[in-house]
Design a protein around this ligand. Structure first.
Ligand code: FAD
Ligand code: SF4
Length: 468
């Protein structure tokens, strides 16, 4: 294919087969495909693609190294600015970021930057012995301590960047496993746990200490950390509090939030006979919402044996917020999309379990604050959809624990922590924040971008505090 032609397609498991297993759906480029795809890159001097990357990966440079067959060098080039390349190569919405700005996209298809990123990062992970030894930039900074609350992509990025500079970093995680949404939200068929484990091991290899099973705000408070010898604290506690429909009948058995459903399956392995985690054996599943969480809920429902899975979404196809690839994958696997439809109430059977949803048809009106056309109910259009399991996947807000246990911390009315955009610092000196805890549910790479800003802010804060 190479220059001028279309991009190399990603090999996938067959949709019928993959909908019954938890193996990875996208199988990754072979070396020949990666070399061929790299040849398509023009190595533009102005590198517009880099401007679309929130962590400024040196894209033309890493692709040039692939052309030379130096895959480890390419992976190291990415790791200069991105500690989680195997993760990003799999889950980033590249079509809205680097690839959107690729010059080849003007007349044809952009370079498959994400697929190349995944290829080299996986190549390096598989070549253990070739990992270069890590040395911090300035070992004298080790006496300055930084605490990181939460081990999602924002926290891992802050930790990696500061450890590379030479700081002593300790991460505190509420759950027994590390990785935030990458672990409990995104399913294994999109992000295998071996891949995630390898990237977390990389962060640990930089000297970062990670302590699970510690709920900051309960075990101790954020301010205790500042008072007990940490020079700065970063809060990357994410957005784990689900939004529900708040309509009649929502308490019926068989209605889950997207987070609960995915946590039971991804973190607590409810699909495996080796685990005791209970989960309803679904037959007819309705998932409300059309973001990434909703797509993951539909596809996990298929994999635990659902006979039918329907997305119920109040807007149209163009407004669906999930990544284009995830929507396509869900459709190929047999998920049905019931668009311009909104639930009005849940109906329970005599045992109190959900058995149907009463819905209203919608039509699109004028654009709202989000720029998307506002859904307006069609009067008298009520109809029922039968179901035995409902998963409400309407997004998440930040968990209130840090906010309510950190006296004086300024937050938005909906719970997001307020920061200085330039430095990532909150109104409390030495306390920084970023990722979903600040923005509400966003993306992995935006959380990582926020982590990079905060790492720089923390470095400057500590250096100016101690006149370094
Ligand atoms: P999180 O990843 O939420 O991590 C926060 C961590 O902090 C968690 O581990 C939590 O347990 C811990 N924590 C919380 N409170 C405390 C406390 N008090 N003490 C200690 N630890 C605490 N984005 C994409 O780019 N691509 C995708 O394909 C994609 N798919 C998604 C699928 C799902 C199901 C979901 C829910 C989100 C998805 N996203 C996706 C969004 C993306 O995962 C998030 O934007 C990103 O993970 C946010 O990172 P974070 O570091 O801010 O927080
Ligand atoms: Fe290569 Fe596209 Fe970036 Fe140009 S814009 S350097 S072609 S990836």
């Amino acid at each position: 294919m190479a220059k001028g032609g279309p991009r190399n397609p990603m090999p996938h498991q067959d949709p019928k087969v993959r909908a019954t297993n938890f193996e990875e759906v996208a199988m990754g480029y072979t070396e020949a495909m990666a070399l061929d795809e790299a040849q398509r890159c023009l190595g533009c001097k102005a590198h517009p693609c880099v401007k679309g990357c929130p962590v400024n990966v040196h894209i033309p440079d890493f692709i040039a190294k692939i052309k030379d067959g130096d895959y480890i060098g390419a992976s190291e080039e990415i790791k200069l600015t991105n500690a989680l390349p195997s993760v990003c190569g799999r889950v980033c919405p590249q079509e809205n970021q680097c690839e959107k700005h690729c010059i080849l996209g003007i007349k044809g298809e952009p370079v498959a930057i994400g697929r190349l990123e995944r290829f080299v990062a996986d190549y390096q992970a598989a070549s253990e012995k070739e990992k270069p030894e890590f040395k911090p930039l300035d070992a004298s900074l080790a006496k300055y301590k930084v605490a990181v609350v939460g081990t999602g992509p924002s926290g891992l990025t802050v930790a990696a960047d500061l450890a590379k500079l030479g700081y002593s970093v300790t991460m505190f995680e509420a759950l027994h496993k590390i990785g935030g949404v990458l672990r409990y939200g995104i399913p294994e068929f999109r992000l295998p746990r071996t891949v995630l484990d390898a990237e977390i091991d990389y962060v640990k290899s930089l000297g970062v200490t990670i302590l699970p099973n510690i709920i900051v705000g309960r075990t101790f408070k954020v301010k205790d950390l500042l008072e007990q010898g940490y020079d700065a604290v970063f809060v990357g506690s994410g957005a784990g509090a689900p939004k529900m429909m708040k309509i009649p009948g929502e308490g019926a058995a068989g209605i889950y939030s997207g987070n609960e459903w995915l946590t039971r399956i991804n973190l607590m392995r409810a699909y495996s006979d080796d685990y005791d985690t209970p989960i309803r054996k679904p037959k007819k599943v309705c998932v409300i919402g059309a973001g990434n969480t909703a797509m993951d809920c539909t596809r996990t429902a298929l994999r635990v044996g659902a006979e039918s899975v329907t997305i119920v979404y109040r807007r149209g196809r163009e407004e669906m917020p999930a990544r284009a690839e995830e929507i396509e994958n869900a459709e190929e696997e047999g998920v049905v999309f019931k668009l311009l439809t909104n639930p009005k109430r849940f109906i329970a059977d005599e045992d109190g379990a959900v058995c149907a949803m009463e819905c209203l048809k919608m039509e699109l009106g004028e654009p709202d604050d989000s720029g998307r056309r506002r859904p307006v109910p069609v009067e008298g259009s009520e109809f029922n959809i039968e179901c035995d399991t409902v998963i409400v996947a309407l997004g998440q807000n930040p968990n209130p624990l840090i906010r309510t246990t950190t006296e004086g911390l300024e937050c938005q009315s909906w719970g997001g922590i307020i920061i200085d955009e330039e430095t990532g610092m909150t109104n409390i000196p030495g306390l920084f924040a970023g990722g979903d805890a600040v923005t509400g549910e966003a993306t992995v790479i935006l959380a990582m971008g926020a982590g990079k800003v905060a790492a720089k802010g923390i470095d400057n804060y500590i250096k100016s505090k101690y006149n370094l």
